[in-house]
Design a protein around this ligand. Structure first.
Ligand code: GN1
Ligand code: MG
Length: 345
């Protein structure tokens, strides 16, 4: 790490580096340099093939905010000695973020108040950027939340994937195929003028919000997938990760349930800033948002399992199958409550 940190003027006798966090894609460390703390990240180039597009987006956003919403707390990486916000060192792309003082992250959403705060922060992020020219932003991950493509990749895996694993997962495959109406609905959304492309975070899990000691949201972090997108991505990933008391890693599927008051908290929190931004038609799609993201994640985990875990990796045999079954169960639990919840908007 020394070559990287030297680019920021860190003195090699002064700092310590330790692994940090639970993200699946980028490598993250915490660096302590005297009294200062930083987050150091290496960008996964298998996923983000053009890492500099990320840096360019964040610089554009930072400039826009400094002119329009200077008070907004935006966590752009620190600039290196040569003025770059992402450095290319020994064949890898890195950036560092100053650690936000007195902030904490949560791994699981424990209270509806936390869900409200997080949703409010993600809504605020999109709202404060509503005047930016969306076409000026780069697509850092092409087709990232394109459910049609994810379904297509799933079908391709069914044809070309690991034969033994395919036999093992046939029940789950059938179960997921039955929900292809969620894909059809997405195709309609994409063709509808009522759905707007806005600055979207695309990874709204709870660990991507910084909280203060009183559980008030401070800001959102992990901005690599910030790019034009639909509100269903951000609201949907919150539903996917906040509604249930256990995470996508849980193996005991009996623990998977939908907490109604957390659903209400997400909708209310998101609307705190976004109510007037959303079109009347979009407001009908809060419930769909949850189905959309949970279904997409179930497909992605199962596709990866069938393809020998090439994307997400696996920490134990059958890991991605557990994650896929977990998400399929969550989808089922959510749909059971469609009648009750879908009218709340
Ligand atoms: C990945 O790396 P992480 O944990 O922030 C993935 C998300 C998934 C998530 C599931 C670029 O996010 O889309 O929802 O895993 N990010 C990418 O845990 O694929
Ligand atoms: Mg992420």
């Amino acid at each position: 790490m020394h070559h990287v940190l030297a680019r920021y003027g860190f003195d090699k006798d002064n700092y310590t580096v330790e692994k940090f966090g639970s993200g699946l894609i980028n490598e993250t460390c915490v660096v302590k340099n005297g009294k200062e703390k930083y987050i150091l990240q290496k960008v996964n180039e298998k996923v983000f093939v053009e890492p500099l597009l990320i840096a360019d987006n964040l610089e554009k956003i930072e400039n826009h905010l400094s002119q329009t919403n200077a008070d907004y707390y935006f966590t752009n990486p620190q600039y290196a000695l040569d003025g770059k916000s992402m450095v290319h060192v020994d064949g890898g792309y890195y950036r560092i973020f100053p650690f936000v003082k007195n902030s904490k992250t949560l791994d699981v959403v424990q209270t509806a108040g936390q869900a409200y705060e997080a949703a409010r922060q993600f809504g605020k992020f999109t709202k404060v950027l509503s005047a930016i020219d969306i076409s000026s932003l780069n697509i850092t991950l092409p087709s990232f939340h394109d459910l049609s493509l994810r379904y297509h990749q799933f079908q391709k895996a069914l044809e070309e994937g690991n034969q033994e694993r395919l036999k093992e997962v046939s029940g789950l495959v059938d179960q997921l195929k039955k929900h292809s109406d969620i894909v059809e609905e997405f195709v309609k959304i994409r063709h509808s003028d009522a759905f707007k492309l806005r600055v979207t975070h695309h990874d709204t899990k709870i660990s991507n919000v910084l909280f203060d000691e009183h559980d008030k949201g401070i800001c959102v972090i992990d901005l690599d997938t910030v790019m034009p997108g639909y509100f269903i991505s951000d609201v949907g990933d919150m539903m996917r990760t906040y509604l249930c008391p256990v995470s996508e890693e849980e193996k005991d599927f009996d623990q998977i349930e939908i907490r109604d008051e957390f659903y209400i908290a997400i909708v209310d929190g998101y609307k705190a800033y976004m109510e007037d931004e959303l079109t009347a038609e979009e407001r009908q799609y809060f419930f769909y948002a949850g189905k959309f993201m949970i279904y997409m994640q179930a497909l992605r985990f199962l596709t990866d399992y069938i393809n020998n875990d090439i994307y997400y990796g696996s920490r134990y045999p059958g890991h991605n199958l557990v994650r896929a079954t977990n998400q399929a169960t969550l989808l089922k639990r959510l749909i059971e409550k469609e009648h009750q919840l879908s009218t709340y908007a």
